[in-house]
Design a protein. Structure first.
Length: 363
C-alpha cells in the first residue's frame, strides 16, 4: 500500500518490498480477506485489502456507492440484442462480437478510419478522438487527478491505452477479417494501419503533455502459442508505431510498460528495442530468459492462477517463494498473477497467495 514504492519499482530504484501489480477480479476473496462486503462497500473493502498487503499498483473507487450484485448462477449472459458477455469480477465483460458490421473483406478494404474518430461507442476505448491533442491532454489530466485523489498515497494511479496499434483493426474488423487483411492484402493493410495510427498518435501525444509518471501500453499481439502474426509482419506493420508513440512519452520523462496476453518470448526483444521499459504478460512466457536478457527492465507476469485455483496451500507458497527468490534482486520485478485473480479462484487460495507474498516479499 505505497504509491512511492510502486513508482520506485517502475523506475527500477531500490524498494523495501516487492510490490504487487495485480488484476483482482474476485469479490469473494476480497470479502474473505477483509471481512467487508465489496458489493455493499466497494471502496472500503478494496482499501482494506491494499492496506493489508503491498498492493501498490491499484485504482480505488472514489466512494462506497454499492454495486448491484451480478447473478452468479451462470458464467455468461445475453442481453436483449442477443449479444453475449462473460462475468468479470464484479462486472460483465465487453461484448466480444467485434467486426459484426463487416461482412466481407471488401467491406474492410473500403473502410476509412479517419472518418470515424469518435470512438465513444467502441469498448473499451470509449474516447472521442476528434478534439485536439491539447484538449485530450486536459481530459486525461483531469482523469489522472481524480484517480490520484481516490488513491492518496496508498497506490500508484497510472495512465494507459488499450488500442496501441494492433487492437484497432482487431476490434474494428474482428479476428477473421483482420487475419485475412494482414495475410493477403499487405498494401491495403499498410494504408489502414497508417490511418489507424492517427488515432493513437493523438492519445500518446496527449498523455505526454500530462504530469503522468507511468503508462501502460496494451496490444494483444500474442496468444498462448506466441505471436499471432510473424515477427517479420510485426516489424513492418506494428513496431515502427510503437517506437514513435513510446518516444513521445519517454521524451517527456514517462515510464512505459507494454501489456500483452499470451507468450511474448518471440516479441520481447523487439518490444524492448522499441523503447518499452518492460513488459506485463502471462505465465506462458519464459520469464527467466527474459530476465537474463533484460535484468534492468520491468517484469510483471510470473504468477499463475492455475496454481491458486488448486487451493493447495503448500503449492501456492512454493510458487510464491520461487517468484520472490527469482525477483528479489530484479529492481523492476512485481508480484503479478498475470492470468488474473479471477472470480472463480477459491478465496482461501487467494489469501494464501497474498500471505505468502507478505512472508517472502522483502527485498
Amino acid at each position: 500500500m505505497n504509491a512511492e514504492r510502486a513508482l520506485n519499482a517502475f523506475l527500477r530504484k531500490p524498494t523495501d518490498r516487492i510490490p504487487h501489480g495485480e488484476m483482482i477480479s474476485n469479490p469473494d476473496a476480497i470479502q474473505h480477506i477483509t471481512g467487508i462486503d465489496p458489493w455493499e462497500k466497494p471502496r472500503s473493502a478494496q482499501k482494506a485489502l491494499i492496506e493489508r498487503y503491498a498492493i501498490d499498483v491499484w485504482q480505488l473507487p472514489e466512494d462506497d456507492t454499492p454495486i448491484e450484485k451480478i447473478d452468479d448462477s451462470s458464467d455468461t449472459y445475453e442481453d436483449e440484442e442477443g449479444r453475449k458477455q462473460a462475468r468479470w469480477g464484479q462486472e460483465k465483460s465487453w461484448h466480444w462480437d467485434w467486426g459484426r458490421e463487416f461482412k466481407t473483406i471488401d467491406d474492410v478494404l473500403a473502410y476509412q478510419p479517419l472518418e470515424h474518430m469518435d470512438k465513444r461507442d467502441l469498448e473499451p476505448v470509449g474516447l472521442d478522438l476528434t478534439p485536439s491533442v491539447d484538449e485530450l491532454a486536459a481530459q486525461f489530466q483531469e482523469t489522472l487527478d481524480k484517480r490520484r485523489k481516490a488513491n492518496g498515497n496508498l497506490a500508484l494511479a497510472h495512465g494507459g491505452f488499450y488500442n496501441t496499434m494492433f487492437m484497432w483493426p482487431l476490434l474494428t474488423f474482428g479476428w477473421e477479417l483482420f487475419l485475412e487483411l494482414g495475410a493477403a492484402y499487405p498494401d491495403e493493410c499498410e494504408r489502414l494501419m497508417k490511418d489507424f495510427s492517427e488515432l493513437s498518435r493523438k492519445v500518446f501525444k496527449a498523455w505526454a503533455k500530462t504530469d503522468l509518471e507511468v503508462f501502460s501500453s496494451h496490444d494483444d499481439i500474442c496468444f498462448q502459442a506466441g505471436p499471432t502474426f510473424s515477427p517479420a509482419w510485426l516489424r513492418r506493420f506494428i513496431y515502427p508505431y510503437y517506437e514513435e508513440f513510446w518516444g513521445y512519452l519517454k521524451d517527456a520523462g514517462k515510464t512505459v510498460f507494454f501489456v500483452c496476453d499470451g507468450n511474448v518470448d518471440q516479441v520481447a526483444d523487439d518490444v524492448i528495442a522499441c523503447g518499452a521499459d518492460g513488459i506485463l504478460s502471462e505465465p506462458y512466457t519464459n520469464w527467466r530468459e527474459y530476465a537474463r536478457k533484460h535484468p534492468d527492465k520491468i517484469l510483471m507476469g510470473d504468477g499463475d492462477n492455475r496454481i491458486i485455483k488448486t487451493g493447495d496451500k503448500d503449492a501456492i507458497y512454493k510458487m510464491v517463494k520461487e517468484m520472490a527468490d527469482f525477483g528479489r534482486d530484479l529492481p523492476g520485478y512485481f508480484f503479478c498473477v498475470s492470468n488474473h485473480i479471477t472470480y472463480d479462484l477459491p478465496p482461501e487460495g487467494v489469501k494464501h497467495y497474498f500471505d505468502a507474498a507478505e512472508l517472502y516479499g522483502r527485498r
